[in-house]
Ligand binder design. Sequence first.
Ligand SMILES: NC(=O)c1ccc[n+]([C@@H]2O[C@H](COP(=O)([O-])OP(=O)(O)OC[C@H]3O[C@@H](n4cnc5c(N)ncnc54)[C@H](OP(=O)(O)O)[C@@H]3O)[C@@H](O)[C@H]2O)c1
Length: 319
Amino acid sequence: MIHEFGGPAAMRVEEVPEPQPAAGEVLVDVHFAGLNPIDYKMRDGSSGMCRKMTLPSSLGREFAGQLVAAGPGVDLPGLGLEEGGWVFGIRDHSDARGCYAERLTIRADTVAPLPDDADVQDLTHWAGLALVGLTAMNALDRARLAPGETVLVHGGSGGVGQVLIPMALARGAGHVWATGRAQNADRIRQLGATAIPYDGVDWREAIDEATEGRGVDVVIDTHYFETFLPSLDHVADGGRIVALPTLADLTPARERGIEAAIPGIEPTRAALDRLARAFVDGSLPLEVSEVIPLDEVQRAHRQLEHGHTRGKLILDVRG
Ligand SMILES: NC(=O)c1ccc[n+]([C@@H]2O[C@H](COP(=O)([O-])OP(=O)(O)OC[C@H]3O[C@@H](n4cnc5c(N)ncnc54)[C@H](OP(=O)(O)O)[C@@H]3O)[C@@H](O)[C@H]2O)c1
């Protein structure tokens, strides 16, 4: 819980009354919560989502666990859900309540069941699937990626990057390059992209050389700070750039006539089911780099703020 916005020390583990599911909501016994950069931006007060927060508040946007009960008006069988069933889910943008909790209540249609053939041993992965998966889907939609087009992903082994690469290839991308530190190059190659280790080579020269100066059709920039402006010189004619941070300034791209967008997260049940299928089929090889116990949540946030997360960090909230 946070009582006011601040640094990692603003978070405290507290006992609060168990929430009761309102109409249209379900009560979930949370096992793991996904950790995402937006969590620290909501903790320190810098995210636009903070306007929707009522303090004191928990943090976190996504989770996996077991459904406990339904509130009034929820047709569990109609939603393919059942009491005791394994679920994963995500809060939509109108809901700023957190997920770092042993129990939470949430809109029933932003929760999805794990498919029958899912491995419950993978619950940490399920806790980290929704936010990055929905973001990557929307980023590729906003980029209007067409089959055969070339793509540059900045941050290919990070939370969203690791999902973007296989999704772009599944949509028929002609070639995907991805930047990341040299220590993540093997992971980026494993995901199907050509790795550009930005700490060893100049990525701008590498892209120039690989595309013979033409540039790429689509840039998806999960980092933004050092990468957005120089990327504009490497977008092919008619190309598009998508920057992930919601506060990214797209003006420099638009001033140059380059179509630019920031993705959003639309947690529909159909989209969650699509992600679940892709994860079970092995076409979204999500990596969890560390599972961190709740009492080390301050360290988890410092790691998020560092900006070099590999795959996903997951919080173990079981008491
Ligand atoms: N608009 C939305 O709805 C939405 C949704 C999700 C996320 N986001 C935002 O998108 C951003 C990324 O999220 P995430 O979960 O993927 O973060 P993350 O897991 O922390 O990954 C950050 C990535 O950035 C890379 N990186 C750091 N410095 C770099 C540099 N100079 N050049 C290229 N890559 C660099 C890191 O790779 P190395 O470790 O190899 O450097 C890492 O792969 C965050 O700002 C987040 O808030 C927005």
